[in-house]
Design a binder for this molecule. Structure first.
Ligand code: ZN
Length: 677
C-alpha cells in the first residue's frame, strides 16, 4: 500500500537553489498579477481570475518550507539564504496584495458572485475564498480613491516604524538594579550568584525573566520586590509612551478611512468574535464572575502576609500589593501543596510520552501513526510519520508529520508546529496531502540517561502535537483554509482542549511509567499535582481580563472619547479589575506591552476567549467519558477536519449543540453558581 502514497518532501537544497527557486516563485506571482490585470475588467471571470489565483496559492509550497529551514537547518549558509528568501517572498506578497488593477478584476467577479454561485455550483469554501479575498483587498484600502489609498499607505508605513522603534527601545534597554546579598535574602543563592556584579561587589539584577522572576518570587524584603516591580513596569516608559499614543491615534484614523467605527471593529471583523460589543460583554461577564474567586485568593495571600509581618514584627498595612502576589503565591505553593515535580518527572520519560501521546491521538481521533524508516530531512534527529485516518472500514492516508524534538545550536528555541505544506485538492479533484513539522526542545535521552519531562512539558507536548494533528487531518479544497488557518481568536482552542487530558487522573496514570521501575504514578502524587492546577487562578485570570480590557479600551476610541491618558487608564483598570493595587505608585506597564503594539492589538482577549470555549467543549463532550472515540471522531470531523473553511462559530455550535458559554470555564476554576448569587 505504501508504494502508492505520495513520497515525503525533499530537503537537499543548496543556498543557490533556494535563491533561484525563490526568484522564480516571485516572478510567477507578478506574472499572474500582470496576466489578470491585462483582462478588461468587464471580462474578468471566475475561470480567468479567481481559479488561477487559487491554483497558484495552493501550489506555492516553497516559502513555508524555507521558513522551516531558516529555523532548523544546521547549515548556516542555508539558513541565511532561507532567511533572505522568506523576506523577499513577504515583500512580493505585500506588493501583490496592493495591486489595485488586480483588485478591480476580483471585485468585478465578486459583484457577480450570486450568479456565479448558481452557475458553477461553487462549494461554500470556494465562495468563502472569494469573499475573503475581496475583503482582504478592501481592508488594505484598495476600494478607496487614489489619494486616500496613498494616505493609508503612508500611515501604515509610519505605524510600522513606530512598532519597530517600540520593540527596539525594549530590546536596547539594559537597565539593572544592583542589590547586596542582604537585600536578596530569600532568593536562592544559585540564582543570584549567576548575576553580573558591580565593581563594588553588588549583584546586578537585569529585568530578564530568569533573573527578575526569582527575585519577585523569593525576595523577603517588600521594599526590594516593590522596587523591582515598579522599575520593571516603568522601563522605557518615557520613550515608548509617545510611540504608543501615536500608534493608537493612527489606528483610529485608519479605521475611519476604511469605514469602521474604530480599530477594534476593524480587527474583530475578521475574527470569530466579529464585534466590539461581543468582546466587551465577554470580558465584563468574566470580570464579574471571577471576582468572588479573586477575592478568595486575595484573602488567602493577605493572610500569609499578615502572618509574616507578625513573625518579623513588621507593620502590616492590610493590603496585598501587586509586587506581593508572586511572593506569597510561591510561599503558598511551598507550604500547602508540596508538589514534588522532580519525582513526578521520573514517571514521564520522553520516549514513553511520545508513544503514549500518539496512542492517545490514535484512539481519540481514529488515527494511525506509522514511522517512516530511513528519513531524509534537515537533520539526523528528525523523525517522520505517516498519519492515516480510520473513519470507516478502510483507512485513508492523511499526511506526513515530522518530529524534530531535541535542542541543538542555532535551532528554533521554543516548541511550535510548522504547517509548512498545507493540503488541498487539485482542479480535477485529486487530494494533495499536507505535511507538517513539530519543532520542540526536549533534552535528548542517551543510553544511560533518560530524558525526563516535567508535567508542564507533557502538557506542552500534547498542546503542540494537537496543532500538528490539526495541520494533518484537515481536508479542505484550498490551502487558504487548511488546518490551523482559522481565525486568530480560535487557533489555540483545539490545542487548549487537549491539555485537559493531561490533567485527568486516569489519563495521567495511563501515560506514566517510572523510567527505572516501570511503575505507574501513585494516587497521592497525582492528587498533589491536580490540587496545584488552579492555585490563585482567580487573580491570574483577572489580570488577564485587565490586559484584555485595557487593549480593548484604547482601541475602541472614537472622536467623542475623552483625551487618552494611558497611565491613569492602566493603573485604574488594574486596581478595579485585578483587585490588586500599586499603593498609588504611578506605573506604565503598557509601555512594554508589546502584544498590543503589533499583532495582538485588540486581540489580547483571544487567549481567554479560546480557553473559555475549549473548556466548554471539553466539559460538554468529553469530561464524563474522556476517551469516547465517537465523541472524538465527531469533534475531529466538525472542527479539525474543516480547518478555516467555514465560520468557526458554526463548528462550535455543531459540536456543542448550542451557543458556547463560560459555565464550564468557571466550573473548572471552582466558581460555582451559588457563589455568584
Ligand atoms: Zn498553541
Amino acid at each position: 500500500m505504501a508504494s502508492t502514497l505520495p513520497p515525503p518532501p525533499t530537503w537537499n537544497y543548496t543556498p543557490d537553489e533556494v535563491s533561484s527557486l525563490t526568484q522564480t516563485a516571485i516572478d510567477n506571482i507578478k506574472k499572474l498579477d500582470d496576466q489578470i490585470a491585462a483582462i478588461p475588467i468587464e471580462q474578468a471571470t471566475w475561470e480567468n481570475t479567481v481559479e488561477p489565483m487559487i491554483e497558484q496559492e495552493n501550489e506555492d509550497k516553497l516559502s513555508s518550507k524555507f521558513y522551516l529551514l531558516k529555523e532548523t537547518s544546521p547549515n548556516k549558509e542555508l539558513r541565511e539564504a532561507c532567511n533572505a528568501a522568506v523576506k523577499d517572498v513577504q515583500k512580493a506578497s505585500i506588493d501583490s496584495s496592493m495591486r489595485h488593477d488586480v483588485y478591480l478584476r476580483v471585485q468585478h467577479v465578486f459583484n457577480n458572485l450570486e450568479k456565479i454561485k448558481k452557475e458553477k455550483k461553487l462549494s461554500p469554501e470556494l465562495v468563502r475564498y472569494l469573499e475573503k479575498s475581496e475583503q482582504g483587498y478592501r481592508r488594505s484600502g484598495l476600494a478607496l480613491d487614489e489619494a486616500t489609498r496613498d494616505k493609508v499607505s503612508e500611515l501604515k508605513k509610519r505605524m510600522a516604524d513606530l512598532t519597530l522603534a517600540f520593540s527596539k527601545n525594549l530590546a536596547d534597554d539594559e537597565a539593572f538594579i544592583p542589590f547586596t546579598e542582604e537585600e536578596l535574602e530569600g532568593v536562592p543563592k544559585e540564582v543570584y550568584s549567576e548575576f553580573a556584579k558591580t565593581d563594588d561587589g553588588k549583584f546586578k539584577m537585569s529585568f530578564k525573566y530568569p533573573e527578575m522572576f526569582p527575585v519577585l518570587e523569593y525576595a523577603k524584603s517588600p521594599a526590594v520586590r516593590k522596587q523591582v516591580f515598579v522599575e520593571n513596569e516603568n522601563r522605557a516608559a518615557d520613550l515608548n509612551t509617545p510611540l504608543m499614543e501615536e500608534t493608537i491615534a493612527i489606528r483610529s484614523q485608519l479605521a475611519k478611512l476604511l469605514g469602521y467605527r474604530h480599530h477594534s471593529d476593524f480587527v474583530l471583523d475578521i475574527r470569530m468574535a466579529k464585534k466590539f460589543e461581543t468582546v466587551r460583554d465577554f470580558l465584563e461577564d468574566l470580570k464579574v464572575k471571577l471576582r468572588v474567586l479573586g477575592e478568595k485568593d486575595y484573602k488567602s495571600l493577605l493572610a500569609l502576609k499578615k502572618q509574616e509581618c507578625k513573625e518579623n514584627d513588621w507593620d502590616f498595612d492590610g493590603k496585598l500589593h501587586i509586587w506581593d502576589v508572586k511572593y506569597y503565591n510561591t510561599m503558598q505553593i511551598k507550604n500547602d501543596l508540596q508538589v514534588d515535580q522532580h519525582k513526578i518527572s521520573q514517571y514521564f520519560p520522553l520516549s514513553r510520552i511520545l508513544s503514549q501521546a500518539m496512542a492517545f491521538y490514535e484512539n481519540l481521533f481514529s488515527l494511525r501513526f506509522e514511522e517512516v524508516a530511513n528519513v531524509e530531512a534537515w537533520h539526523e534527529d528528525v523523525k517522520l510519520y505517516r498519519v492515516y485516518k480510520r473513519d470507516g472500514p478502510s483507512e485513508q492516508f492523511a499526511g506526513y508529520i515530522y518530529l524534530d524534538l531535541h535542542p541543538r545550536p542555532n535551532k528554533y528555541g521554543h516548541a511550535a508546529n510548522f504547517g509548512f505544506s498545507p493540503g488541498y485538492y487539485t482542479k480535477d479533484g485529486k487530494r494533495v496531502p499536507p505535511c507538517t513539522a513539530l519543532v520542540c526542545n526536549f533534552t535528548k535521552p542517551t543510553a544511560t540517561k533518560p530524558s525526563l519531562m516535567k508535567h508542564n512539558e507533557v502538557t506542552t507536548f500534547f498542546h503542540e502535537l494537537g496543532h500538528g494533528i490539526h495541520s494533518i487531518v484537515a481536508d479542505t479544497q484550498t490551502t487558504r483554509f487548511h488546518g490551523t488557518a482559522v481565525a486568530r481568536d480560535f487557533v489555540e482552542c483545539p490545542s487548549q482542549i487537549l491539555e485537559f487530558w493531561t490533567w485527568e487522573p486516569v489519563q495521567i496514570k495511563e501515560i506514566s511509567q517510572h523510567y527505572e521501575t516501570g511503575e505507574k504514578l501513585d494516587d497521592a502524587l497525582i492528587d498533589s499535582l491536580i490540587r496545584s492546577k488552579h492555585v490563585n487562578d482567580g487573580l491570574f485570570y483577572l489580570r488577564q481580563v485587565h490586559f484584555a480590557s485595557f487593549d480593548l479600551a484604547v482601541h475602541s476610541r472614537t472622536e467623542e472619547s475623552p483625551e487618552l491618558d494611558l497611565q491613569n487608564l492602566w493603573n485604574g483598570m488594574r486596581e478595579e479589575i485585578s483587585l490588586v493595587g500599586g499603593d498609588n505608585e504611578k506605573m506604565a506597564g503598557y509601555a512594554k506591552f508589546a502584544h498590543i503594539m503589533g499583532g495582538y492589538d485588540s486581540g489580547y482577549y483571544g487567549y481567554l476567549w479560546s480557553e473559555v470555549f475549549a473548556a466548554d467543549i471539553y466539559y460538554t463532550r468529553f469530561k464524563a467519558d474522556p476517551m469516547n472515540p465517537k465523541a472524538g471522531l465527531e469533534y475531529r470531523q466538525s472542527i479539525l477536519d474543516r480547518g478555516g473553511s467555514r465560520d468557526e462559530m458554526e463548528g462550535l455550535r455543531e459540536v456543542l449543540g448550542r451557543d458556547p458559554n463560560n459555565d464550564a470555564f468557571l466550573q473548572e476554576l471552582g466558581v460555582s453558581d451559588r457563589a455568584n448569587l
